[in-house]
Write a protein that binds this ligand. Structure first.
Ligand SMILES: Nc1ncnc2c1ncn2[C@@H]1O[C@H](COP(=O)(O)OP(=O)(O)O)[C@@H](O)[C@H]1O
Ligand SMILES: N[C@@H](CC(=O)OP(=O)(O)O)C(=O)O
Length: 692
């Protein structure tokens, strides 16, 4: 049985003050007989996990025991249960700093040939003598490795609350080679784990804003030697904005005045740094500088600072220059060209990063998403990923890994239009969506999204710096939060993760030890009231009152068919028998600007006025209260008390069908003040105070 299952991990949580008393040595076979199998679920392609409670554990006074059995060759046993996740978070908060000579365990990771154990739990000295432990160094810390048999660890750091019994029946092979690796050995490790990728790690523009940051991200990735990641990157820093600006300027300045499209600051920067650039033989001829956007300068500077060959981006810089000249000549920037223009940001950041990893001896391969099967609609600037993407991407990435293993570095944000075959983008912030789509395509156990904040926060930190990280969220909560304007996640990014039930972890690349936010299908809502407050500004609201008599049917249907015909989506709706109030705000940011164009709004009003009296109200904000709508009476009571004290009139209120969101519409000028006051009440007071 053991041979078949391979590995077994029993996790027991001590109940109350009772002492943990697990026996040493191998876990007897009979103990498997008293397992209560509570859940069997397929967590990703080809991997089965069985979660069970043992009677033996509860009779010994443990609250519960969790058993994870691998029934497959490819299992990474880590974080498949709430209990384990909670435990991990706690450890991360403890800061990975365990000075004890007794060592610690982090996780069990299994490949076809071997099981790796590395870790974080301290091991009581008296137990060490019973097990065959090898001490290794991992990132300067001592790690205990057992070469088989039973292995018991406990964590005094966590107040002896946790006891982990790890029972491994296999030969470990060359574990020391695996764990104690240097950067150059990473490649060797990767090829040993021929089971393809283990997770996707997305790093946004804020995480890779400079050469320094790229180096930090590289070491962050390498600090997870047990992972074989697919890395999704956004463009460096604000490159996308810079490219858009360069494109806009190109349309109006004329070819001969091209120098004016270049951000003056770039040219100044170029000259100010001339000395430094000459030193590094980075001099760029004056005539070339015209078309060098800040982005290309950034790329060259980064390339040089990383010591990577300029050829990594030379072709792209050349093409970018040609493209800007073309735009200047045509005096036109179509959405299609705009997508092609901004794609240079991701194409260059990924090339630079992959070149850097290769330079330091870590085998990496760069991919343009539009070349590996990201098929989208032809909605330039705002394309949707089509279903055909998933098998195509999986086939390409898995196939490449099998023939020649290497870390994959994939462009975020980009795709290829199904009909025109041109490059598309997925809407601003779309790299999050690329990451979750890859997670779904490959059925990976985890999707990591690395940002510049400690996870999803209780509100936008730019509005209220006291915002706190939210440790757990459901896909529904995260999706509502993103849709209603929290910049931290792309509005559509939760969809692939939810469809394939893959946990998403939002982490801070500037502070990797922070536990971040874990987004899963379900979470314990018993104590949850409010999770986060989101503000969506600059929203247009329409009050539409039927001109017909009360009781006429078909009014709402007519109103919504007008929006459908005009291709405008509606956010928040509140209705009565003869009237409907709604806000207009397409889900993706670039289109949003469109509907604010006067002509388009005029057209909407014109059509609606055929059946109703219409009042158009602009400059409104939606405050979304994301949380446990089962507690809506409490939430609303508190919220209205706060708003009343501020003298704010709520102009519309709606409770979404998702059961996680209550939306309130107020004036733009009042929005931020309301969020701050609501935050103080909901997040800075005790639960008991809130409920009183
Ligand atoms: N509720 C929120 N939680 C966390 N960050 C938020 C929230 N609302 C807005 N933000 C902003 O989102 C930023 C992170 O998103 P983004 O800039 O898209 O990251 P990246 O470019 O790294 O993907 C944060 O720096 C923060 O200012
Ligand atoms: N670079 C694109 C895509 C993206 O996702 O960026 P970020 O991860 O930095 O939000 C943008 O700025 O929209």
């Amino acid at each position: 049985m053991h041979d078949k299952f391979g590995g077994l991990l029993v996790y027991a949580k001590r109940l109350g003050e009772q002492t943990a008393r697990w026996g040493l040595g191998e876990l007897p076979r009979w103990s498997l007989g008293v397992l209560f199998f509570a859940l069997v679920r397929r967590v990703n392609l080809g991997v089965w996990v069985v979660v069970a409670w043992t009677r033996r554990a509860s009779s010994l006074g443990y609250e519960s025991s969790l058993v994870l059995l691998s029934l497959d060759e490819k299992l990474v046993i880590r974080g498949y249960s709430d209990t384990l996740n909670n435990l991990q978070s706690q450890q991360e908060q403890d800061g990975y700093v365990v000075e004890s000579s007794r060592g610690y365990l982090i996780e069990l990771w299994r490949t076809r040939e071997s099981i790796w154990v590395s870790g974080l739990f301290q091991i009581p000295e008296r137990l060490c003598s019973f097990v065959d432990i090898t001490w290794l160094k991992k990132h300067g810390k001592r790690v205990a490795i057992s070469r088989g048999g039973a292995f018991i660890t406990a964590s005094p750091k966590l107040g002896l609350q946790h006891l982990v019994l790890l029972f491994v029946q296999e030969e470990f092979g060359a574990i020391s080679d695996v764990i104690e690796k240097s950067v150059t050995e990473y490649e060797k490790v990767s090829s040993e784990g021929e089971t393809s990728f283990t997770c996707v790690m997305k790093f946004g523009g804020s995480s890779v804003a400079s050469a320094e940051r790229m180096k930090e991200v590289a070491s962050l990735i390498l600090s997870f030697p047990e992972e074989r990641p697919i890395v999704v990157l956004s463009a460096m820093g604000k490159t996308t904005n810079k490219l858009l600006l360069a494109g806009e300027k190109a349309t109006s300045c004329g070819v001969t005045n091209v120098s004016s499209i270049e951000e003056l600051s770039f040219i100044k920067d170029l000259h100010e740094r001339q000395e430094q650039r000459n030193e590094k033989s980075l001099f760029i001829p004056e005539e070339e500088s015209y078309f060098l956007t800040a982005c290309s300068y950034l790329s060259l500077r980064t390339v040089d600072q990383l010591g990577v060959d300029r050829s990594a981006v030379a072709k792209h810089l050349d093409e970018l220059e040609q493209l800007l000249k073309g735009i200047a000549m045509m005096k036109e920037l179509t959405k299609r060209t705009q997508d092609y223009l901004v794609s240079f940001g991701e194409c260059m950041s990924t090339r630079i990063f992959a070149a850097y990893l290769n330079k330091i001896g870590v085998k990496a391969r760069q991919y343009d998403a539009f070349e590996i099967g990201f098929i989208t609609t032809d909605d330039f600037t705002n394309a949707d990923i089509l279903e055909a993407t998933y098998p195509a991407v999986a086939k390409r990435l898995n196939g490449d890994w099998l023939s020649d293993p290497a870390i994959a570095i994939v462009t975020g944000f980009l795709g290829k239009a199904r009909k025109s075959c041109a490059v598309t983008t997925l809407g601003r912030g779309g790299s999050d969506l690329t990451a979750t789509a890859i997670g779904k395509a490959l059925g990976l156990p985890e999707i990591q999204v690395w940002k510049d904040v400690d996870g999803v926060l209780t509100c936008d930190p730019n509005i209220y710096p006291k915002a706190e990280p939210v440790p757990f969220l459901t896909f529904d909560e995260a999706a509502e939060l993103a849709y209603f304007g929290a910049q931290v996640l792309h509005p559509q990014s939760m969809r692939p993760a939810r469809e394939s039930d893959i946990p998403v972890r939002v982490k801070n690349s500037y502070n990797p030890k922070a536990p971040g936010t874990l987004i899963t299908k379900a979470r314990d809502m018993s104590k949850a009231i409010l999770t986060s407050i989101v503000l969506k500004r600059n929203v247009t609201m329409l009050d539409i009152v039927s001109t017909r008599m009360l009781g006429q049917y078909g009014f709402l249907a007519k109103v919504f068919s007008i929006f459908e015909d005009l291709g405008i989506s509606v956010d928040v709706v509140a209705t009565s028998e003869v009237s409907v109030s709604l806000t207009l705000d397409p889900s993706k940011l670039w289109s949003r600007e469109l509907i604010q164009q006067a002509s388009e709004l005029d057209h909407v009003v014109e059509e609606l006025e055929k059946i109703a009296v219409v009042n158009l109200l602009q400059n409104r904000s939606i405050i979304s209260l994301i949380g446990n709508v089962q507690r809506s009476s409490l939430i609303l009571e508190k919220a209205f008390r706060v708003l009343r004290s501020l003298g704010v009139t709520v102009q519309m209120i709606s409770q979404g069908a998702s059961k996680v969101n209550i939306s309130l519409v107020v004036n733009d000028s009042e929005g931020e003040q309301c969020v701050r006051a609501l935050h103080s009440v909901f997040f800075e007071s005790e639960l008991s105070e809130l409920e009183s």
